[in-house]
Write a protein that binds this ligand. Structure first.
Ligand code: DGJ
Length: 750
């Protein structure tokens, strides 16, 4: 990996074994994009890639019409308003009403490693040899503003991390109204765009559309990254698929309002940008102040979508997530939410925990309802002290009893929220996000605390830190159950109200930062009504996220399939729940529920006492299975094989680093009579290696499975693995084998 600068041609070439990213400084000082893609050989100059042949109707900023027009060029961090008529990456309002700022190259630094971003989550290096960073310094002569563009290339994988910082070295305050994290111009528009869309309980379902002229993209205006759209967009060549072809991902390390936008212009140039959503964004930058954008992580893959996802998985698992739990297998937990909702007391909780312990579970999590007057969702948020009527021995006493059983104890919190019916709100009614003279909207009967205010964050920090100090708590589920509305702060002047959405996110990061530093051994799981804030920003603090409030096995196939476009299995919270399922009323076999939940952090979300003895034995076997293979599942290389969104089946697999071991899962969603034959081509194996294949298809197999045969890696990857014997007809007397919602799991070992 290296970053080369060719003085004679003023060209930058960021290069590693996989990719090249090439830019040049134009004669007028603007930065032009020359190439981004598969690695190409370096040369002194790439001037031929600068296509400057004139088109009519253009405007020319630099001379009498013989120079270049920005409209015709592929640019790096462009601006609207001065001969480029496309969407700009930034917009700054000056005191005199002008919105023009012309950033011109001044100099650059190339440094080993990667700097951290003040107050923001970002990917990092542990050793300077892992990455190199180019900082390009630009300045606007008229206003005295400076712009630093940061580009980090990692030594491994097709990764470029980008961000921008705007500093006011002038004498007058300005307003930054738009500051995207990156902008990239690609020379053609022959791409499909993939976004991860959905809603509450059906998050991150991949959707593919062909790029067309004009604007297309996704955004969040909810103050959270959102259930509706993930802060991610990918472009892939139309012939690219999971296994082959070019794909480029753009992922934003941010948890608030975002915009991911693709614009195809009249010359078929594709401009991609991602960053903080400019709607209601207006950041006042006083002289001496700087504004740092969140980080965007661009991943180039020439090995299809799986290649792109695997690069994100490795990076986000190893160099975004941090701390004690980063590299450790995750405890198998039981959570009481779907088992009891608000209807519990200490003895009920202990009975759930006891049975869970018998079945091999390692961590008991007490969900919503344990504090203040919270007997339903109308009251109590903000009052973070245990309800004596439910927990006579307090949290410490409950935790002690759980620990005495040999389980760890975990706790649910929702620290950013307050119910109007709470002591906190009664004491501090102005501590909520609100606008003058307007009534704040309620959602789930709750209001949002104004985390843009330090005293609010300090107060909540005091309460939560007190709880963590006062009881033996090993895990925190940090929930967030509504979007932001009337987003204003009583603590900021009128001209700074446009900062509140972003300041809110910074406040959340600050609280996460303090708590994770003070309690480094506690495992944090983020949650936002399920997966409403499953984003890279959260992963920096909490290495796992509750993926969705939908725990139905069939729904979860699509949700987990889509989540895996960006997020590693070690971050994907997945539990076995009761049937009929509480979200869709579907009845699926216990085995299928486990076989889906294995592909994540794994846990239970039901009262195991309510299962039959036979089912409890099955749960114990599944727990043994997960303990045996979780290292491989959570930290191996994940491949999507068959899409549950496009077909009536689902298949995926995980392969160990040395490729000698794998777990392969196949799910048939709906059964049909007399079905066609189906084979699944496996991935990532060693072609010449012979693999034993053990199946876990029936309920009473030994922990090591039943040996079904052995096959060479190349057979499994090219001829495929036959799965149609599973669901096409009744197999012997086994009715389960030929019904809806069935699954099989195989262990492969060289
Ligand atoms: C939403 C979460 O996603 C659920 O798992 C549960 O914790 C509820 N909130 C509790 O209110």
């Amino acid at each position: 990996m290296k970053i080369l600068y060719h003085e004679s041609s003023q060209t930058f070439h960021l290069q590693n074994d996989s990719i090249s990213y090439i830019m040049t400084i134009l004669p007028g000082g603007h930065l032009a994009q020359l190439y981004f893609g598969r690695r190409i050989t370096d040369r002194e100059e790439f001037g031929y890639l600068l296509e400057t042949s004139l088109r009519s109707q253009a405007a020319f900023p630099n001379d009498d019409g013989r120079g270049y027009s920005l409209e015709h060029l592929k640019l790096e961090y462009p601006e609207y308003g001065c001969s480029d008529f496309r969407q700009g990456a930034y917009e700054i309002r000056h005191e005199n009403g002008s919105r023009l700022t012309d950033f011109i190259y001044e100099g650059h630094d190339i440094t080993p490693g990667k700097p951290s971003l003040p107050g923001l989550p970002a990917t990092y290096t542990e050793d300077d040899s892992e990455a190199e960073t180019l900082t390009i310094h630009l300045a606007d002569k008229v206003s005295g503003l400076k712009l630093d563009l940061l580009y980090t290339i990692f030594s491994e994988g097709g990764i470029i991390a980008r961000s921008a910082a705007i500093s006011n070295t002038g004498e007058k305050a300005v307003h930054v109204e738009r500051a995207m994290s990156m902008s990239l111009d690609l020379p053609d528009a022959a791409y499909d765009m993939i976004t991860l869309n959905g809603s509450w309980a059906r998050e991150r379902i991949p959707e593919t559309r062909r790029l067309s002229h004009g604007l297309q993209g996704v955004e969040s205006l909810r103050g959270q990254s959102s259930h509706q759209h993930n802060p991610f967009v990918a472009l892939k060549r139309p012939n690219a698929d999971e296994r082959n072809g070019e794909a480029i991902g753009f992922s934003l390390v941010y948890s608030g309002n975002f915009l991911a936008q693709v614009q195809v212009d009249n010359y078929d140039v594709t401009r991609v940008m991602i960053g903080i959503n400019p709607t209601w964004f207006d950041w006042q930058l006083a002289p001496g102040e700087s504004f740092q954008t969140p980080e965007a992580v661009i991943v180039y893959s020439s090995t299809g979508l799986n290649g792109m996802s695997q690069t994100y998985h490795r990076l986000y698992q190893k160099r975004l997530a941090r701390g004690y739990w980063r590299d450790r297998v995750r405890p198998i937990l039981i959570n009481n939410w779907e088992a009891t909702y608000f209807n519990f007391n200490e003895s009920k909780l202990l009975s759930i925990a006891e049975k869970a312990k018998e079945c091999g579970v390692e961590l008991f999590v007490l969900d919503d309802g344990w504090f203040g007057e919270r007997r339903n969702d109308y009251a109590g948020l903000g009052d973070w002290y245990p309800a004596a009527s439910l927990l006579p021995h307090g949290l410490a006493g409950l935790a002690e009893r759980i620990e005495a059983m040999g389980l760890k104890f975990g706790l649910w919190i929702e620290p950013e929220m307050v119910n109007p019916n709470s002591d906190l709100f009664r004491a501090h009614p102005d501590w909520i996000l609100h606008l003058p003279d307007r009534k704040p909207s309620l959602s789930r009967h709750q209001l949002v605390l104004d985390f843009s205010r330090k005293e609010v964050v300090d107060h909540i920090h005091g309460m939560i830190a007190g709880i963590l100090r006062g009881a033996k708590i090993s895990y925190i589920k940090w929930d967030f159950n509504r979007s932001l509305t009337e987003c204003g702060s009583a603590a900021l002047p009128a001209e700074r109200q446009g900062e509140v959405f972003h300041r809110y996110v910074l406040g959340v990061y600050d609280l996460y930062d303090r708590l994770t530093k003070e309690f480094p051994d506690v495992l944090f799981e983020s949650c936002a009504g399920g997966g409403g804030r499953f984003d890279p920003g959260m992963l920096y603090y909490a290495p796992q996220a509750w993926c969705s409030d939908d725990t139905d096995a069939v729904e979860r196939m699509s949700i987990q399939y889509g989540s895996s476009f960006v997020y590693p299995l070690s971050s994907t919270g997945s539990h076995v729940s009761a049937v009929p399922n509480h979200q869709v009323n579907r009845v699926t076999p216990l085995k299928t529920r486990a076989d889906v939940a294995f592909f994540g952090t794994y846990g239970y979300e039901l009262d195991l006492n309510k299962l039959t003895e036979e089912e409890q034995k099955m749960v114990t076997r599944y727990t043994v299975f997960m303990k045996r293979y979780r290292e491989l599942i959570q930290f191996g290389t994940f491949y999507r094989l068959v899409s549950p969104i496009e077909t009536d089946s689902c298949a995926w697999m995980v392969v160990s680093e040395d490729k000698k071991e794998a777990i392969f899962a196949y799910y048939r969603i709906l059964n049909r009579p007399n079905m066609g034959f189906e084979r699944v081509k496996l991935e990532g194996l060693l072609p010449g290696e012979s693999y034993g294949v053990w199946s876990y298809q029936s309920e009473d197999v030994p922990p090591e499975g039943i040996l079904r045969g052995s096959f060479y890696g190349d057979e499994l990857m090219n001829a495929g693995f036959i799965v149609s014997d599973l669901a096409s007809s009744k197999v012997g007397d086994n009715v389960l084998e030929a019904s809806d919602f069935i699954s099989r799991i195989y262990h492969l070992k060289a």
